[in-house]
Design a protein around this ligand. Sequence first.
Ligand SMILES: [Zn+2]
Length: 457
Amino acid sequence: MSLADVYAHLKAHEAEDLELLKKLVAQPSVSARNMGVTDCAELLRGLLTGLGCTNVNVFSTPTKPLVFGELRSKKPGAKTVLFYGHYDTQPPEPEEEWLTPPFEPTVKDGRLYGLGTADNKGQFLAHILAVRSWLAAAGDVPVSVKFILDGEEESGSPSLPDFVRAHRELLAADFVYNSDGPMNAGDFPEIKLGSRGDLSFELSLTTATHQNHSKTGQLIPNPAIELCRLIAAIVDENGRVTIPHFYDDVLQPTDYESRIIDELEFDAEALKKIYGTKKLEKNDKQSYYRQLMFMPTFTINGMSGGYTGPGHKTCVPHKAFVRCDVRLVLNMDPEKVARQITDFVHAFDPEIAVTFEPHPMLPSRTPAELPVCQAVIGAVRSVYPKAVIHASSGGSTPGYVWTDIMKTPCLLVPYGNADQTNHSPNENLRLDCYYNGAKVSAAVIDAVANMDHTVFR
Ligand SMILES: [Zn+2]
């Protein structure tokens, strides 16, 4: 029995696996307006039960249900993989821009069109198919598997952190594996090992009871000028944040992480085009990716105060306001950073109010050097030889739920085509991506089962 037998089983069942995906897509599950979510959860309960899972449960939460099921390997000492996915979708609007109805899955030119095909029904189904084919071809899965399917990822998974805190035992695993999002334009996946966190806040200052004539310039305080002076004091001319101890907890990339940056593509001109800008602040591969993945940011998201309408109005504003965010990297504590910011601002001017958004997103990162990461990287490259590793994405995802609450490594491997247009009309999943995804999941199971023999990449 080998992985080739599992692949052969997958190949032989492509037609019925397409029908299964169609059935899931035809079941609406729009979390934002609670459309069909519970029915979809029940459909998945049946699917996991049919697969032979035990402990199958649709857990209700204060918001939308989570679907769970597990399958124990007969192999003594088998590792455990927790597959995370989400069965909810974005709303279909604008429906008139769909060329085929969003809930009527339609095959055209080697793609399945329909809402949720790629995001995320086809992607988590790939894991289920892989397990199904392992069972059929080998009579067992060489690793124990658990599935946790989220019913409100598209609404920010509000109940997931508390659910995970309350069910650590049930969800315990050697690693968490998630497939979501598109592959890159070169048609291979970027294996993501983490994401930055985010701390958003507002700075505001009121210096008078009402707007005044601009003849009062330099006679009375101007809150907009005061906030500009504050920001200029926070970020120096090189873009470095001057708040004391801001960078103290930032970890430098390891030698291996620097090496995987070397394997990434970097084209400054192409990036300038993507961003629509004339200038990049970091012009070489290492400094660009180090900033994107390993360094925090301090950004103004927007600012306002006084008159900004057409024409002119010669006034001195009485209030001004700046909205900012800090992208946090691994090892930075949002509460500590919030204190540093507040202390700095109040030392500058105690009148400036600092208001933080509740629930900052924590950063997360799984070390690329871990044997489990090496096993997964090898498995993904056996199907997609050009797959690259991103130590962290520049944005934020709730990966901390696994790495921080569960203390479990977490990897994200996108299976969708680059032009899957998720969150937009005509969402689609290329059928070869769907079938290859199932192969990747089958190979990941195999690689993790044989992890002790993994070659370091
Ligand atoms: Zn999505």
